[in-house]
Structure formats: C-alpha cells, structure tokens
Design a protein around this ligand. Structure first.
Ligand SMILES: [Zn+2]
Length: 244
C-alpha cells in the first residue's frame, strides 16, 4: 500500500514522520497566514533530518481562513488531493480531537466518501488517536531522538510573519503543555501560562469538564511544573473558541 503523510512541520506531524518510519511527506501551502513560518520550519527539518517533503501550491484556501486560523473542511480538501498520490493518507489528529473534520469518525466518513466517489480504496487515518500531545513527545524522546529537533517545528497561530512562538494562542498553549510536561524548556515570546486567557478561560473550562479529563490533567500538570497556582474562576467558562 502506498502511504503519504500530510506534513505541517508541527509538533505532531514531525514525531509522526518518525513513528511511521519516515514515509513520503506532503505539505500543502494553502496561502494561509502562517505558511511562511511553516515553510521555514520544513526547510530546517529537511536539512536536519532528510525528510522527503513535496510542497504543493495547487490549492489556495486563504479566502476561507477565519480569524481563529480555522479553514472549514481543510482536511477534506487535503485528503482529496492526497488521494491522487497514495492509498493511505496519514493526517495527524491526537486523542480527544473532535473538530468537525478531524476526529476518528470524520476520518472514516472522509475515507468512505473518497473511496466511493473515486472507485478505489482510500484510507485517511491518524497514528495518534490514542495518544495525547504530551504522550507523543514522550514517545519521541523515548526513542532517543534529539529534543532540539522538536524545537525546529512550528505550531503557532500568530497573525504576523514573526518566526517565534507568540505564547498567546491556543496552539502555543498546547505546544507548551506537551513540552513542559516532558521537561523541555521551549522558547516563547511570553510565558504561555501568563496569557490572560489561561486564568480567565482555560482554568475554569478545564475544571468544569468543557475539555476531556486527559487535557485537564496535562494542563494542570504543566501549570504545576512552573509553580503557577491557578486562581479561582473569575468568570463562568464559555466555549467561545471551541476545543482548540
Ligand atoms: Zn502562538
């Protein structure tokens, strides 16, 4: 069976490349706002690790990118295009991911749709549905792979073109949690736990069951690791930003 890994140079897809034993990788430059940083990270990782990455600009979805960096149906578009190249498409989702187009159920539906409409079997799957980001980083380090290469990845939803991690977005928060829980002190422009939204939104939301238990446990473990004592909730939690 031919395989391809949808690669974003992020903290999930880089360990996935190792986990899947270095399959061919494919990056779609969708014209989205942090693609410059992602492409720089790809260049750095290719130089360091010899990843075979095809970069494609066949689809521009910039018009549909929302303020929170979400592109509706992104993974459906990517799976359809990747299906021209391989039978099995690896797209990294992690334990608890439940956005509309990224969940085990969504991937089964997308696989079925492409299989039915293309007339040949296509599988869209993630190697990490049973692992949290913290567990993925732990697996990577457990293989004796260098922590420094993890820091070459890019996973931030910042709106400008700076190459650093802002420390004030949900992507940075998740990155920080998975790294600090593995004892890695990663650079951020500002310490993620000092982002106002951590105390105002995430602390109450993690307490009230808005997020799965494993997300809450890893969140509070990370705060504990830096000695941050969470304040009592100042406002009721809202689900305004969903589970990013
Ligand atoms: Zn960020």
């Amino acid at each position: 069976m031919s395989d391809v890994l949808l690669f974003s140079a992020g903290l999930d897809s880089f360990p996935a490349w190792h986990y899947l034993d270095k399959p061919p990788a494919l990056y779609f430059d969708l014209g989205h706002r942090y693609r410059d940083q992602e492409r720089a990270a790809i260049t750095a990782l290719v130089d360091r690790c010899g990843i075979e990455v095809s970069v494609s600009r066949e689809l521009d979805l910039s018009r549909w990118e929302a303020d929170n960096a979400i592109i509706p149906l992104r993974n459906v578009y990517l799976a359809m295009l990747a299906a021209n190249r391989a039978e099995r498409i690896w797209c990294v989702g992690v334990k608890g991911d439940a956005t509309a187009d990224k969940s085990p159920q969504a991937f089964r539906q997308i696989s079925q749709m492409i299989t039915d409409l293309s007339g040949r079997p296509v599988w869209l799957d993630s190697p990490f549905w049973q692992m949290t980001k913290t567990e993925i980083v732990a697996w990577y380090l457990g293989q004796g792979l260098p922590a420094g290469n993890l820091l070459l990845t890019f996973s931030c939803s910042r709106t400008d073109s700076a190459a650093t991690h802002c420390g004030r977005c949900s992507s940075c928060l998740r990155r920080w949690i998975s790294l600090v829980n593995n004892g890695i002190d990663a650079p951020f422009e500002t310490d993620p736990w000092t982002w106002a939204r951590v105390a105002d939104y995430y602390v109450p939301a993690m307490r009230d069951g808005t997020y799965p238990d494993h997300r809450a446990e890893e969140f509070f473990a990370a705060l504990d690791a830096v000695g941050f004592v969470p304040p009592p909730p100042a406002h009721p939690a809202t689900a305004e930003d969903g589970q990013r």
